[in-house]
Structure formats: structure tokens, C-alpha cells
Ligand binder design. Structure first.
Ligand code: XMP
Length: 335
């Protein structure tokens, strides 16, 4: 039987004849056709890929692993701003389950040292982005025989870069002398299609249906100059929120939910003694395109459980507040 995607997966424009990938069967056909194309493009060459653990880079990696196995070199950079359990999951899924060639770079100290004392949000973002490129460049230079760069570019990235909204290169900004030919096996797919393809490639649900997570990670949720104690408080409170949302069946329903720790303290009381500690702010929003957002009406009973767990389990925290502000006037993130 002829593959429905044959002759449709070239260039940067999606053909009108290309069906929307909504079923497992179509996703399987897409995977088969893409494997053929990747092998044609790469031959016996090697591909380098920055694997963040996000949906797009994970699906891109899983496709490339199917097509060329260990000739895909994945680099996972831990910048110290990932959520609880994320680096461990990337290693478990890709190195242990998929047998991938995975380089894990522990950049925690390096990133946090660079960020010490930096309070301005955009400067924080720039430092994280620039340091990420530097770490990736160092790894790329160690591997002398790699000609290709895999990227989890998806179709909205292409449409937005055409409109001039943003540059679509995930690893844009590499120095001129590091020239790679791009391999972008999901670039004609919309996000929902990427997820269906990820499912048939065997990626776990919490990777495939993951909520959006900013590139600078928890760095923009640990407000002002990042300190290790507050960063830990963000990570631990975020983990509790995710756990309780999952238990309550809200995980797949609410678009984005997370916690923030500001850089000021307030007075509280614990075991009859005065405390002076950080608050945790909860954010939970629904949106279509992140341009505007409404606040999720979390049931009071669930809020109570979350408040109780955060104030008793997270060190250095004595208060929890829920941000009731839609976008506008607030943005989704606080920085
Ligand atoms: P705002 O805060 O602008 O966020 O309402 C809209 C969406 O974008 C995400 N976001 C980012 N994603 N790098 C990213 O990759 C960033 O610097 C960044 N800042 C915000 C945010 O999480 C929300 O989903």
C-alpha cells in the first residue's frame, strides 16, 4: 500500500494534500516515511541534537533514534533550572529505554554562578540562552565528525518566523565556523500531531502531554536574583502542585500551572514561634495561544491540600497565595 505521506514531506510548506495526523495509523505512516527520508538525507553520517526533554525535541530525538540509532548524538544540558525529576526522566527514557547515545552535561554550578546577583529578568534570560549555546558549542566541538544538526522545529515555528514574529532556530546563535546541515523531521507538524507521533514512538504520556515550560525554566519563576534556597523552594512547590493536580485529574485539563517564589519575606507563625520566610505564589491558567489567559477555578478543597502540603513540606516557606489575575493585565509568567 502506498504511504499517504509519500512525496508530501519536503520543503517548508505544508501541502494541502497532507492529512491531519489524528490517528495512530496515520502517525505510523508518517514515522515510516520520515525514517526513509532521514536515512536518505543523513546516509551514514551523524546527527547532533539538543534534547531538552520538551515535547518537540523529544519526538524529534525518538524519530531520529528509530532512523539512525546511535548515530544520533543527543546532548541534554542541565542548567539547574529544570523541574524536579526532569533530567532523570530524560536519562531514563532516552539512555535506558531507547538505548540512545546521550551526553548528559551537568551545567548546574556553571549556570547558577553566572546568574549570581543578576536580578533583571531579560538579562537573566540572555545569560541562560547565551550560556546554553556555549555549552552546546563545546560539546559540538568535541565531536569532530558530525555534519548534521537535528532540531525539533514545528510548523507554527516556521509560520511565525515567516511573519517575523520570532526566529525559529532552537539552537540559533552557534558560531559561523560550526556549520551544520539541519535535519528537522517534525517541521511540517502542528503540536497536536507531534504528540500523536510521540505516542506511537513509545514516549511516556507525561513527556508527550507535558504543559508548556519556558526555555529559561525555573529561572523566571525564582524572581529577582536567583538564590539556591528559593530555587529549591520553587522546584519543590512546583512538584507538589503537579502531583496534586495529577491526583485531582486536572493535569491534562489545565493549560499551564506552576509556582513562583518572590524575593521578599513575610511574617508567619509556626509551632507558636514567629517565622520570617518566603511566600509561594500559585499560577494556573487556561489559554488557546498564550496571548490572553483566564484563571483556572481550582476547587477550594484542593487549594487547601496544596497550601497545607507546601507550607509543611517546603523549606523556608510560610505562606501560599493564589494569583487570580487573568492575562491581561498580568502576563502568565511573573518575569
Ligand atoms: P507570558 O508570561 O508572556 O508567557 O504571558 C506566555 C507563554 O510563553 C512562555 N514563556 C516562555 N517560553 N522562553 C520560552 O520558551 C521564555 O523566555 C518564555 N517566557 C514565557 C510562558 O511559560 C507562557 O506559556
Amino acid at each position: 500500500m502506498k504511504n499517504v505521506f509519500e512525496g508530501l514531506l519536503f520543503g517548508s510548506k505544508r501541502s494541502d494534500k497532507m492529512p491531519r495526523i489524528e490517528t495512530e495509523e496515520l502517525a505510523k505512516q508518517y514515522v515510516d516515511e520520515q525514517i526513509k527520508l532521514i536515512r536518505e538525507q543523513v546516509g551514514d553520517g551523524k546527527v547532533l541534537l539538543a534534547l531538552s526533554g520538551g515535547v518537540d525535541s523529544s519526538v524529534c530525538a525518538a524519530l531520529l533514534i528509530k532512523a539512525i540509532g546511535k548515530r544520533l548524538v543527543c546532548v541534554h544540558v542541565n542548567h539547574g533550572l529544570l523541574r524536579k525529576g526532569e533530567p532523570e526522566q530524560v536519562i531514563e527514557v532516552f539512555r535506558n529505554q531507547m538505548n540512545a547515545n546521550l551526553i548528559y552535561v551537568d551545567g548546574v554550578e556553571r549556570f547558577l554562578t553566572k546568574l549570581e546577583g543578576v536580578a533583571e529578568p531579560e538579562t537573566k534570560r540572555k545569560i541562560i540562552g547565551a550560556e546554553f549555546i556555549r555549552v552546546f558549542e563545546e560539546e559540538a566541538r568535541k565531536l569532530k565528525d558530525v555534519r548534521f544538526l537535528g532540531q525539533g522545529t514545528i510548523y507554527p515555528d516556521i509560520l511565525e518566523s515567516e511573519k517575523g514574529v520570532k526566529a525559529h532556530h532552537n539552537v540559533g546563535g552557534l558560531p559561523e565556523d560550526l556549520k551544520f546541515e539541519l535535519v528537522e523531521p517534525v517541521k511540517l507538524l502542528f503540536k497536536d500531531e507531534v504528540r500523536v507521533v510521540g505516542k506511537v514512538l513509545g514516549l511516556p504520556d507525561n513527556m508527550v502531554y507535558r504543559q508548556p515550560f519556558p526555555g529559561p525554566g525555573l529561572g523566571v519563576r525564582c524572581l529577582g536574583a536567583i538564590t539556591r534556597d528559593r530555587l529549591e523552594a520553587v522546584r519543590e512547590s512546583d512538584a507538589i502542585l503537579r502531583e496534586e493536580f495529577a491526583k485531582a485529574g486536572l493535569a491534562g485539563k489545565v493549560w499551564q500551572y506552576f509556582t513562583i517564589v518572590p524575593d521578599f519575606k513575610s511574617t508567619g507563625i509556626s509551632d507558636g514561634k514567629r517565622t520570617y520566610a518566603y511566600p509561594v505564589i500559585i499560577r494556573a491558567v487556561n489559554t488557546r495561544d498564550a496571548m490572553s489567559a483566564t484563571v483556572e477555578e481550582i476547587p477550594y478543597a484542593l487549594l487547601k491540600v496544596i497550601v497545607s502540603r507546601i507550607t509543611s513540606e517546603v523549606k523556608g516557606v510560610n505562606r501560599v497565595v493564589y494569583d487570580l489575575t487573568p492575562k491581561p493585565s498580568g502576563t502568565i509568567e511573573w518575569e
